[in-house]
Ligand binder design. Structure first.
Ligand code: ZN
Length: 619
């Protein structure tokens, strides 16, 4: 398999306009309705899936607000020149992977047919070619590093209308494509991780769910090239790969079996038979509902398919499910019924018997039926027949989308190869040797080098070093360690484990800014705040926006007390507990320590209290 990693950049503006890189949650300020019209490519071809959507009269309702989009995203104004900040970050990442920058950047249009781009295409440009990443001992070739615009995000849809929000449209994405050299699920994860680390080392990429997405191109011997789009979580990646291999193996087996049974593609004829009258008295709720709406029920024979439709390809996912997915996509029906699962769902044995009689099938044949209006029924069964023919050949090429459990579902046919053409609104950009040399001279440290350095320079253990690097605070860590005398291990543990634990307890840690965290450490350094009190300050700041660290310390009564104050407080406690001390002597230390710390926790260092108490007790 090969991977395509897509990572959002954290630039100050979008790729082709000056809009901010944010997503909005509120109601849209602007909406507009569009239809996509399929056009011929430069070579005179029309994408069949695009044409199909057009015929179905699909409309797209776009949602926008003024802060996150302008006329460029609406395709009412030509794109502005390419954002050079994004070019520079992409070049930086490319050079870190030893890729060779192109001489000239040419922005291209890649036909996209689902409405996720208002233009009907996605803009993309190759920035560098032929790089590599090291994964363990293996060198994984990088075919290209490109820069492209992110698409609008789907927010729902009703009937023939699909809703998209265009805030995400135009956010710069780096695309890194590996050669198809990956041979195991584990390796896929390691490669994704290695590339992700290079991208993060640039310091210019977004963080969080949805900001990095993996596409997988996967095939097995006798299988077919399947594209799985948009795996967001690394933990799911391995599962997706495992399941896809399993699915293809099972499909290959089914094809062998069909050939043994002596079925040819020509044997599967698209004779659709109206069987509505068979179900006039049916108890099946789905069919009843369809009949009440005056819909038809159509059936088709799949010769010698008996038993194969219930063959499981993935957990609770059968060949019948694949056909159902196709019927849903091309026929807009709710799903299909097939004889491998009948009688069930309220459909009786007698009804199945009559159905078999009318469709004239032997025991070895299967029947698929669908209920909807005539046109949808025909489209759905057409898709089922097509899928059945493909089952004889083996694995059909297609694009699939991941489910959260790692299984996948049919998304659309694989797009044709000739779907790129030049973006004539944007002039090519020369990449001079000087420009590349300048970027080469200030490449950031690779994460692996940083990891080694953190352990050596700051004496962090492996786990803490890794945690700091994986957190968003690795730069903050270094600056605090340089500014203060606080031990690097304390700083690292606080920035990773403590903040994480607070977050788990529901504290909105991300509301506390990096400069506030830095100030907290400076106060600890100067003795104005104890280490123990730091979490309290974070909790207070997270719930008091626009307030400062000093206000937190004051409000929480955490101001450390002076040596004199501590001395007289300890003397008072000794006075109050004179009889206890006379009774137990030095053994009263623990009890007294407890009394004092209960009162002064967070305002004084425990080691200091212990020293003062011992001295005073001796006195
Ligand atoms: Zn804009």
């Amino acid at each position: 398999m090969g991977l395509e990693i897509h990572q959002q950049l954290d630039t100050s503006a979008k790729l082709f306009c000056d809009c901010r890189l944010e997503l909005f949650k509120e109601e849209p300020e602007i909406t507009f309705l569009r239809r996509l019209r399929p056009t011929q490519s430069e070579l005179g071809q029309i994408d069949p899936a695009a044409y199909f959507e057009f015929q179905k009269g699909v409309k797209i309702l776009y949602e926008a607000n003024k802060a996150t989009s302008c006329l460029v995203e609406m395709d009412e104004e030509p794109p502005h020149p390419l954002n050079m900040e994004a070019v520079e970050t992409t070049l930086t990442a490319a050079l870190m992977m030893n890729a060779k920058p192109v001489d000239e950047i040419h922005v291209m249009r890649k036909t996209v047919i689902d409405g996720s781009n208002t233009t009907g295409f996605q803009r993309t440009c190759v920035i560098a070619l032929n790089g590599e990443v090291k994964v363990g001992r293996k060198i994984v070739p990088i075919q290209h590093v490109s820069l492209e615009e992110d698409a609008a995000r789907k927010t729902g849809g009703e009937g023939n209308v699909i809703r998209y929000r265009i805030d995400r449209l135009g956010i710069p994405l780096i695309e890194v494509a590996t050669a198809p050299v990956i041979k195991s699920p584990k390796e896929a994860e390691q490669v994704a991780l290695a590339i992700g680390r290079v991208l993060r080392a640039t310091g210019e990429v977004k963080r969080g769910l949805g900001t990095i997405r993996q596409d997988i191109n996967i095939s097995i011997p006798d299988g077919a090239l399947i594209e799985i789009k948009g795996v967001q979580e690394l933990e799911v990646l391995q599962l997706v790969v495992k399941y896809e291999v399993q699915r293809q193996l099972k499909l290959v087996k089914i094809s062998e079996e069909l050939r043994t049974r002596g079925v040819n593609e020509d044997d599967i004829q698209g004779n659709f038979i109206d069987v509505t009258h068979v179900f006039e008295q049916t108890q099946c709720k789905v069919l009843r509902k369809a009949l009440d709406r005056k819909h038809q029920i159509l059936a088709v024979k799949l010769p010698k398919f008996q038993g194969l439709l219930r063959r499981e390809l993935l957990p609770s996912f059968r060949l019948g499910t694949e056909m159902s997915d196709r019927a849903r996509f091309w026929g807009r029906v709710g799903g299909i019924f097939h004889t491998d699962e009948l009688p069930a769902y309220g459909i009786t044995k007698e009804e199945v018997g009559k159905l078999r009689e009318i469709v004239a099938v032997d025991d070895i044949d299967a029947v698929v039926l669908v209920a909807d209006n005539l046109e949808n029924c025909k489209d759905a069964l057409e898709a089922v027949v097509e899928r059945a023919r493909e089952a004889i050949k083996g694995v059909p090429q297609e694009t699939r989308a991941p489910n959260p459990d790692g299984t996948t579902r049919y998304m659309r046919p694989r797009p044709g190869a000739a779907r790129m053409y030049p973006e004539t609104d944007i002039p090519p950009i020369q990449i001079t040797e000087d420009y590349v040399r300048g970027i080469s001279s200030r490449l950031p440290e690779l994460l692996e080098q940083k990891f080694e350095r953190f352990m050596k320079e700051y004496k962090l253990n492996q786990k803490l070093a890794r945690q700091v690097l994986d957190s968003r605070h690795s730069e903050l860590f270094e600056s605090i360690v340089k500014e203060t005398e606080v031990s690097p291990t304390t700083v690292a543990a606080f920035l990773t484990e403590t903040l994480k634990a607070l977050g788990r307890d529901g504290v909105e840690v991300e509301k506390v800014s990096e400069s506030q965290i830095r100030e907290i450490f400076n106060d600890v350094n100067s003795g104005e705040l104890t280490k123990e009190a730091m979490p309290d300050v974070i909790v207070w700041l997270s719930s008091h926006e626009n307030k400062g660290v000093q206000e937190a310390i004051k409000s929480l009564g955490l101001k450390t007390i002076s040596g004199d104050e501590l001395g007289s407080f300890v003397e008072k406690v000794i006075e109050d507990n004179r009889s206890l001390i006379e009774e137990r002597g030095e053994n009263s230390f623990g009890v007294l320590m407890g009394i004092i710390m209960k009162e002064l926790r967070g305002r004084v260092d425990a080691a200091l209290v212990s020293r003062v108490l011992r001295d005073k007790l001796k006195e």
